[in-house]
Design a protein around this ligand. Structure first.
Ligand code: FAD
Length: 369
């Protein structure tokens, strides 16, 4: 058995793990970091809004950005639509696989950064030293961060299947289109947008059960014909993307190990957006590196957490009203207010607007019963 040691061990070489390694190394160049986990080469697109006025983004993020939008549509069954245009916010899509590759490449040139491309089996602490067990031996470190979740996915989760088509089928972005064949216990929508590397179409569902979405390709094909007037061949599919995002994750510090990314509660319960929180969480962890405050980090405001929990209870009780809820929120807010709301940057007044736009009875029941 081999034994390796470093000051920091990061479990999981996904977005959160690599991003933390990059940011820690930038702030503390002499730090020794071991990143433990198989190379993550999944096809993955990650999007979200940010203020246009924010200063220049990180160069790695800039190099991975493949689409930006300030307009989008939200459509419900029957064809009613909300069209949003944002002035202050911009929606960005990142090729997360490219971002991970670039981070890996950069980190592998840094002195004191090591990759162990194996799974962590468990970890323990003895006399203030951490030991991460792998099948090739123990890795010891002064501190451990983990982006690997041990939580059961017990509640509603967002599940999706996406494809990228060679040809640009449209210039428009459809944020949520519920006007597709629905399943009353697992509402679903199409999300579609053009990128520099092809046209991305995803079918997303909210469901408590594992939903294999075996008809995904057929639904996307029908949607493309109905909405864009274009069909695609299987040969046109460049990439397939698949994912599950929990809608009930929480920030966890267990046995003094800091959990990161989605495993550390970065995914917004109601939407699954996690990337922005991963960046903020990392900033916090790096700034708290030399102090013992990492345990008190909160991703979302209390009101947002409460609203999202109520929303998820509504989804569990009456899943089929999801489209009415999203449509109500979208039509009560401007493009900028909607972006701010989804990124948890909205004012109390805007949150109240959202509460008032929601169907009263299901929400009252979910909130108080
Ligand atoms: C397909 C997809 C699309 C998404 N789209 C968006 C989006 O548009 N906007 C947004 O904000 N968020 C999005 N998310 C949510 C979130 O941003 C991503 O899930 C992001 O990848 C989270 O990063 P992470 O490092 O926390 O988790 P992960 O990316 O899941 O990384 C965890 C890593 O740990 C590794 N691992 C697992 N077990 C072990 C083990 N025992 N030992 C070592 N390593 C292990 C895995 O292989 C993986 O590489 C998306 C998620 C997915 C899956």
């Amino acid at each position: 058995m081999h034994h390796h040691s470093a000051s920091i061990a990061i479990i999981g070489a996904g977005l959160a793990g690599l991003w933390l390694a990059y940011k820690l190394k930038s702030s503390y160049p002499s730090l020794e970091i071991i990143i433990i986990g198989p190379p993550d080469e999944r096809c993955q697109h990650v999007s979200g809004w940010q203020l246009k006025s924010l200063t220049a983004a990180d160069p790695f993020i800039e190099k991975s950005t493949i689409a930006t939008f300030d307009e989008w549509r939200i459509r419900i069954s029957g064809g009613e639509e909300v069209f949003h245009k944002a002035d202050c916010f911009i929606y960005k899509t990142i090729d997360a696989n490219r971002l991970k590759q670039n981070l890996r490449q950069y980190l592998s040139t840094q002195e004191g950064v090591f990759f162990k491309e194996v799974k962590a089996l468990d970890y323990r602490c003895e006399d203030a030293v951490w030991y991460v067990r792998t099948e090739y031996g123990d890795i010891s470190a002064d501190r451990v961060y983990s982006s690997v979740s041990h939580q059961e996915l017990s509640s509603v989760r967002q599940q999706f299947i996406g494809i990228k088509i060679r040809e640009a089928l449209s210039n428009e972005m459809f944020l949520m289109d519920f006007d597709i064949p629905q399943n009353s216990s697992a509402p679903r929508f199409v999300y579609a947008l053009p990128t520099d590397t092809g046209y991305l179409m995803e079918l997303t569902t909210f469901s408590e059960q594992d939903d294999p979405m075996s008809d995904a390709l057929q639904v996307l094909q029908q949607w493309s014909i109905a909405r864009l007037g274009r069909s695609f061949d299987e040969d046109d599919i460049l990439e397939v993307e698949q994912g599950v995002i929990p809608m009930d994750s929480d920030y966890v510090v267990q046995d003094d190990v800091s959990y990161l990314g989605v495993a550390g509660g970065a995914a917004r319960p109601a939407t699954g957006y996690a990337f922005r929180q991963i960046l903020l969480q990392t900033e916090f962890l790096v700034s708290a590196f030399n102090v013992d405050e990492a345990k008190s980090y909160r991703h979302f405001t209390r009101l947002t957490t409460w609203m999202d929990r109520v929303f998820i209870r509504v989804l569990q009780n009456q899943p089929y009203i999801a489209e009415e809820v999203f449509y109500g929120i979208a039509s009560s807010l401007s493009g900028d207010q909607f972006s701010a709301f989804l990124m948890d940057e909205s004012s109390l007044k805007e949150k109240l607007k959202v509460i008032l736009s929601s169907p009263k009875l299901p929400f009252l029941k979910a909130a108080f019963i």
